[in-house]
Unconditional design. Structure first.
Length: 64
């Protein structure tokens, strides 16, 4: 029988919805709130806490 790992969750700072972080979240992990679509980042693990992700994603180069 496979062991079932507990999924960690945190509240969205924008709308309060529960956001799944997986079984092994890490500081700086980026997630998107499934309720409001807000880009978020893990800022604390004990207790799990999210904040807005203010960094703009780095665009990938189209050059090959």
């Amino acid at each position: 029988m496979a062991q079932h790992k507990t999924e960690v969750t945190a509240d969205c700072p924008n709308c309060g919805a529960l956001v799944r972080l997986g079984s092994k979240p890490r500081i700086g992990q980026r997630v998107v709130c499934p309720s409001c679509g807000e880009p978020l980042r893990v800022i604390n693990l004990d207790p799990p806490e999210l904040d807005w992700d203010f960094e703009e994603p780095v665009p990938e180069s189209d050059e090959d």
